[in-house]
Design a protein. Structure first.
Length: 297
């Protein structure tokens, strides 16, 4: 019997060593070498990798969302100074600058100690592990959840609910969660959610609405965005053209920009940037190849 127990202990030790070999370990030194990070789940274990080249978008590129930017920057400055502040939810139509506004914070404030960790929805199971890794560090970390939303039957949203508010363990004071979503309440809403239901013969209000509201309500600062009109779109175009020093008559710029927007069915900031990328590329190609016929329409 003793020999069997020893053999079992040996096998158990071997299995643990094998598991440790394949389980990705978090190198906390990564926080000293980078400003931006990506947290992911590999083999059901948390991994954190540094991002060598984070998106270098700046606030000077963003137009049409001044009020949102003011609220976002004020909250972030409070966070950096150790003052009371809130987790943030940016919501609204696609292409209006929700992600860009959040990413611009890193470039603006990284010298003041701001760091950003991107966590995808399927890695939220590790969010408390992320919190423990950064707890007590001198840097201030924004956990960035981009394009966050949950379907009706998903339960993973409860993880982030616990971190935002409601759990027994306190969120680290050097950590905030900034999320973006196309949905105001992060979960699908149906007409039937607002209808009362019968419970044991008694008419009661449906609890579905309360459950869905309880998640977004935990973001103390909720900043909404709206669709851009044509004039705002053209202002974004003019701003991009000035920043990139694109030389083209304003009338021509507006004409081509409107045509591009109509072809793409959107006056969004994303559409504006795609147009400018295309225009700048074609103009630079023309300049570098003077013997070729211009393809500009």
């Amino acid at each position: 019997m003793k020999d069997i127990l020893k053999e079992l202990q040996r096998l158990n030790s071997s299995v643990r060593r094998l598991a440790d070999r394949f389980a990705p370990a978090v190198d906390t030194g990564v926080f000293d070498r980078f400003h931006a990070f990506r947290a992911s789940s590999e083999n059901s274990m948390l991994t954190i990798r540094g991002i060598s080249h984070p998106d270098a978008i700046t606030f000077s590129e963003l137009r049409g969302i001044d009020d949102v930017l003011a609220g976002l920057r004020m909250n972030t400055l409070q966070f950096l100074k150790g003052l009371p502040c809130n987790n943030v939810l940016l919501y609204g139509p696609r292409g209006t600058g929700k992600s860009s506004a959040t990413k611009a914070l890193l470039g603006a404030y990284r010298r003041r100690g701001l760091r950003m960790i991107e966590v995808q929805r399927d890695s939220l199971i590790h969010i408390m592990e992320v919190a423990e890794l950064i707890r007590g560090r001198q840097e201030r970390f924004i956990v960035f959840c981009d394009d966050l939303s949950f379907e009706e039957d998903e339960k993973s949203y409860r993880r982030i609910k616990t971190v935002l508010e409601g759990g027994l363990e306190v969120r680290p004071e050097n950590m905030l969660i900034y999320a973006t979503s196309n949905r105001r309440h992060l979960m699908p809403e149906k007409t039937g959610d607002n209808l009362p239901e019968m419970v044991d013969g008694e008419l009661q209000p449906a609890e579905t609405v309360e459950e869905k509201l309880s998640l977004s309500d935990r973001f103390g600062l909720r900043l909404g965005m709206q669709h851009f009109d044509m004039e705002t779109f053209l202002d974004i175009i003019s701003n991009y053209a000035a920043l990139r020093k694109i030389r083209i008559a304003s009338g021509e710029l507006r004409k081509h920009a409107v045509r591009w927007a109509l072809d793409h069915g959107s006056f969004s900031g994303r559409t504006a940037r795609q147009f400018i990328d295309d225009l700048e590329g074609r103009l630079r190609l023309k300049k570098s190849s003077p013997g070729r016929r211009s393809t500009e329409s």
